[in-house]
Write a protein that binds this ligand. Structure first.
Ligand SMILES: Nc1nc2c(ncn2[C@@H]2O[C@H](COP(=O)(O)OP(=O)(O)OP(=O)(O)O)[C@@H](O)[C@H]2O)c(=O)[nH]1
Ligand SMILES: [Mg+2]
Ligand SMILES: [Zn+2]
Length: 356
């Protein structure tokens, strides 16, 4: 069976044998665009569509393939088309609450080893937003790395201050400073990416994600905004795409996310705010609400300046938001209805002549 035989893929290998029994081949989803897919096995990338059975068995959109998924496919038309029969288990994932009034989750990408959280040190720098991305990444069992881009637009002292602000909120992840204009840090980013492993770039629109990928590719074949000297860019990336770099690492470019919803799991929050959890463990009362109890270690830490007030407020905010989004039964029914509408439009689109 054809697949890249690197150690990074070892976890998925047993599933390939299961596929072989079903006479299916393993492939990786490299792009998803409104119900249309691209899958790759080896170096060939072909269009693919879902089988009716997979659609029928899916209980929510979370069960459908997303970028980075390993899937079981059957090729047809001389290998120029594929049908996706099954989605293999995910080792890690990025997901968010679906936008709008429908309650549920949207899978953004799967099977990512490490996520680069990209923030421009010029116009986009925001600690609360960084914390939000960190929660999402931790929740999906992915290792975060922070990339500070457009360093050519700030002084070295200003950059030091920004790094200090990140460290102050207890972020232990590696921080890499990059400028796609001067080239600073680009080779460092490349050296962090191992052959056969999968990475993604997460961050607001215009922070320079695609520009960096083009630097890494060395040929600029992905479209970006016009080069601008103010650092504000125009938005161009409209879909997620898994790209193979020359040295064998895989990288997913993402459109900037406008609405970054949270999920109903506290795990990512507890990991991201580990410093607060540490202090909370030292409060006199185990059920301390860190409000007005005596012997509260959290409030003491804030007073001493070990935790900033803003860091604490953002923790409370994100925790409240995640509790709020835990699905009640009634909400789940709404979600199922929303999924039904999605399936309806998907089937209609699939049935349209001249498509897929
Ligand atoms: N000064 C400076 N400008 C940069 C740098 N990197 C990117 N830019 C500019 O920033 C703008 C946006 O860059 P993109 O790479 O398209 O940003 P993106 O993060 O891919 O944006 P979306 O695709 O919308 O999510 C463009 O005008 C780039 O030329 C940098 O290191 N320094
Ligand atoms: Mg882009
Ligand atoms: Zn307390």
């Amino acid at each position: 069976m054809e697949h890249s035989e690197s150690a990074a893929d070892a976890w998925i290998a047993p599933h390939f044998d299961e596929l072989a029994v079903l006479d299916l081949s393993a492939a990786r989803v490299t792009a998803v665009d409104r119900g249309r897919y691209l899958v790759r096995s080896g170096s060939a990338e072909v269009p693919a569509e879902l089988t009716g059975k997979l659609l029928h068995l899916a209980e929510s959109s979370v069960d459908l393939p997303c970028v980075g998924d390993w899937v079981g496919v059957r090729y047809r038309d001389g290998g120029t088309q594929a049908s996706i029969h099954t989605v293999l288990p995910r080792r890690s994932f990025l997901r968010r609450k679906t936008a709008g009034r429908d309650i549920g989750f949207q899978m953004i990408a799967a099977n990512i080893d490490s996520a680069f959280i990209v923030m421009s040190c010029h116009f986009d720098f925001s600690i609360p937003r960084l914390e939000r991305y960190l929660v999402m990444v931790h929740d999906g069992h992915i290792e975060p790395v922070v990339l500070l881009t457009k360093t050519d637009l700030v002084s070295p002292q200003a950059l030091e201050t920004l790094i200090g602000q990140i460290r102050q909120v207890g972020v232990a992840a590696q921080i890499v400073c990059v400028s796609s204009v001067s080239g600073e840090g680009v080779e460092q980013v490349r050296s962090l990416m191992a052959a056969g492993k999968t990475y993604c770039l997460l961050g607001s629109s215009g922070v320079g994600k695609t520009t960096l990928i083009n630097r890494l590719l060395g040929d600029g074949h992905l479209e970006t905004g016009e080069v601008s000297h103010t650092g504000e860019g125009r938005h161009t990336t409209t879909r997620r795409h898994l790209i193979a770099l020359a040295h064998g690492a895989l990288l997913i470019d993402m459109p900037g996310m406008r609405e970054l919803g949270l999920l109903g799991a506290g795990e990512g929050i507890e990991d991201t705010f580990a410093d607060i959890r540490r202090w909370a463990g030292q409060c006199r009362f185990p059920d301390c609400t860190h409000d007005s109890e005596p012997g509260c270690a959290v409030r003491a830490a804030i007073q001493r300046g070990d935790i900033t007030e803003a860091h604490w407020r953002n923790y409370l905010k994100l925790r409240k938001e995640s509790e709020f989004h835990d699905l009640s039964l009634a909400e789940r029914r709404d979600k199922d209805r929303a999924f039904g509408r999605f399936m309806h439009s998907y089937r209609k689109q699939k049935g349209r002549p001249g498509r897929g």
